[in-house]
Write a protein that binds this ligand. Structure first.
Ligand SMILES: *[C@@H]1O[C@H](CO)[C@@H](O)[C@H](O)[C@H]1NC(C)=O
Ligand SMILES: *[C@@H]1O[C@H](CO)[C@@H](O)[C@H](O)[C@H]1NC(C)=O
Ligand SMILES: *[C@@H]1O[C@H](CO)[C@@H](O)[C@H](O)[C@H]1NC(C)=O
Ligand SMILES: *[C@@H]1O[C@H](CO)[C@@H](O)[C@H](O)[C@H]1NC(C)=O
Ligand SMILES: *[C@@H]1O[C@H](CO)[C@@H](O)[C@H](O)[C@H]1NC(C)=O
Length: 505
């Protein structure tokens, strides 16, 4: 052991040896080295300058490379997409947990996102649903789960159906469909945003073992169930090779973790035995909240929107609309620019001292003052925790809705979304006249309240942006605020310029 260490080259020893044999002062050697380095550096810099100044493709001098338009930096294809082609919907097998009794109600959620003859997979029911023969082709086809009465289930506050749900991944796998890369599990009240699901899955190599999803928003849930788990309602994806390992041990796990409440927990118990942690993706939303999802949806993290769950429990996404009607509306904007759905942009109008916060495809908030970006990015706590209906804590920060109406933003909700000139989208947002904020009668506030519409234009966000370093996009106010313009504010969202930030003077 020690002899090998002796023979290793020790740069410090070699240096001392050199110095002592030549018998010059170490300081002289240092000065000599520094001078040489400096000389080499100067010569190199001069030649580099001439190289770039006179080469055919100048790089620095015309400076386009410094343009921080994020869309330019399109990431290279991952190894998997190079070798196997990109994952598309045909490579996903969905396994949706449902029950015969509720299917006729719940399928309305599935019909919002399911694409017949394009999506593959099934909703798994406990028995044949009423009017089983006459289900419309717009809903996912159903299969009846195997009998699970032989398994143990001991959670005193849960339901045995968790065993059946946990086995959906196994029964899906055992159908042996061709060319499945991912098994995506969800509930019958989960809304998937398919383009974004694909964007996220394409970040990962389906030939490796991945378990991808998100946590509960309510800390109390994560404490009771698990932080290490991908929550079933938000949906999770299991790559084929991991599913192959999972199905070998799953039935045993179901009995071993008989005391676990949920199917997702039982699956995670197995994952823990296999040794595969959940890869967290911020766009999966278990939506373990009560009340108004407004605050959460208008402060979406910088990640593609992949799923929403519990939509029967929270208030409708848009005020004055039904649950399904408001989701259809959200989807009309989503379809125009999937990557941008719910993405935040902030800008100031220094002429009027206004702050504008856009949650694309959902709402605009207008503050008649300069509010910090730090504050704007923080969710309003318009909702409570799932289990105890308390004001938190959540897995992200929240801020209270101000009591003083003059401190609250003026709110605008999505009016319409359209695509204009191919790659550009125009979304409009209409003032929510019901809001209490109009009670503020300060002059600054009345000027803001006079604005009836926001028109927001932006180029479609290339999904490849999600493979680059994340940065929120910037926006700017286009119109002057004079005359008719006082009723309408036009905003343009775009990639930030270099050194641009949302910074008050
Ligand atoms: C950056 O790129 C955008 C669009 O690609 C262009 O309009 C703008 O002029 C560029 N800015 C600079 C400083 O080159
Ligand atoms: C990425 O993959 C797609 C589809 O396989 C292909 O068309 C494209 O040229 C690839 N791009 C790069 C940079 O390799
Ligand atoms: C999905 O990818 C496969 C190749 O793996 C290809 O054969 C198929 O046409 C693609 N489907 C769609 C809808 O793009
Ligand atoms: C905006 O705010 C600054 C600083 O608070 C103030 O000096 C300026 O007069 C305000 N401008 C307008 C148009 O209200
Ligand atoms: C902005 O929105 C208003 C109201 O929706 C609409 O009438 C107007 O045409 C829009 N402006 C532009 C430039 O598209």
């Amino acid at each position: 052991m020690s002899s090998t260490r002796e023979t290793m080259l020790d740069p410090f020893k070699t240096w001392k040896f050199l110095v002592s044999t030549i018998t010059i002062k170490p300081i002289d050697v240092l000065v000599f080295l520094l001078k040489t380095t400096l000389a080499i550096f100067i010569v190199a810099s001069i030649s580099l300058f001439f190289y770039f100044a006179f080469s055919v493709q100048p790089r620095w001098l015309s400076s386009p490379i410094c343009n921080n338009s994020q869309q330019k930096f399109i990431a290279k294809n991952s190894s998997s997409s190079q070798a196997y082609g990109r994952t598309n919907l045909s490579h996903i097998q969905f396994g949706i947990g449902g029950s015969a009794k509720t299917w006729n109600q719940r399928r309305r959620f599935c019909e919002l996102w399911w694409r017949p003859n394009v999506c593959r997979g099934f909703v798994w029911l406990d028995e044949k649903p009423p009017n089983g023969e006459n289900l419309p082709p717009t809903s996912p086809p159903y299969k009846i789960s195997e009998d699970t009465s032989r398994f143990k289930y001991t959670s005193w506050y849960g339901s045995r159906s968790a065993v059946r749900m946990a086995r959906i991944v196994k029964e899906s796998f055992e159908l042996g469909l061709d060319n499945v890369r991912w098994f995506v599990m969800g509930d019958d009240d989960t809304l998937f945003f398919l383009e974004n699901l694909l964007t996220v899955l394409n970040k990962y190599d389906h030939n490796q073992m991945y378990y991808i999803g998100g946590n509960s928003e309510s800390v109390e849930q994560d404490v009771i169930h698990s932080y290490n788990m991908a929550y079933g309602g938000g949906g999770f994806a299991i790559s084929y090779p991991l599913a192959a390992e999972l199905v070998k041990v799953l039935d045993g796990c179901i009995d071993r973790y008989a005391s676990f409440y949920g199917s997702d927990q039982k699956v995670q118990g197995c994952m823990s035995e296999i040794g595969v942690p959940a890869t967290k993706e911020l766009g999966f939303h278990q939506l373990d909240i009560r009340g108004d999802p407004y605050g959460l949806l208008s402060a979406h993290p910088l990640a593609p929107l992949v799923s929403l769950h519990h939509l029967d429990y929270v208030q409708p996404v848009f005020p004055g609309m039904t649950r399904i009607g408001s989701l259809k509306k959200l989807i009309t904007a989503y379809e125009k620019d999937p990557s941008r759905a719910l993405q935040h942009s902030f800008c100031y109008d220094f002429k009027r001292n206004w702050s504008i916060s856009v949650s694309w495809g959902y709402n605009v908030q207008l503050y008649p003052s300069l509010v910090t970006a730090k504050k704007l990015e923080t969710a309003f706590s318009t909702f409570q925790s799932w289990r105890t209906w308390s004001s938190g804590p959540f897995t992200f920060n929240t801020r209270p809705v101000e009591k003083d109406p003059c401190e609250r933003p003026v709110m605008y909700f999505l009016g319409s979304a359209e695509r204009v000139n191919g790659d550009t989208t125009l979304t409009t947002y209409v003032r929510n006249v019901e809001e209490s904020a109009k009670e503020c009668d300060k002059p600054d506030y009345s000027r803001a309240v006079a604005v009836q519409f926001f028109n927001v234009s932006s180029a479609r966000l290339n999904p490849a942006i999600w493979r680059t370093a994340p940065r929120r996009q910037c926006c700017e106010v286009i119109n002057s605020g004079e005359g008719v313009d006082s009723l309408r504010v036009e905003v343009k969202i775009r990639a930030c310029h270099r050194f641009e930030s949302v910074t008050p003077p």
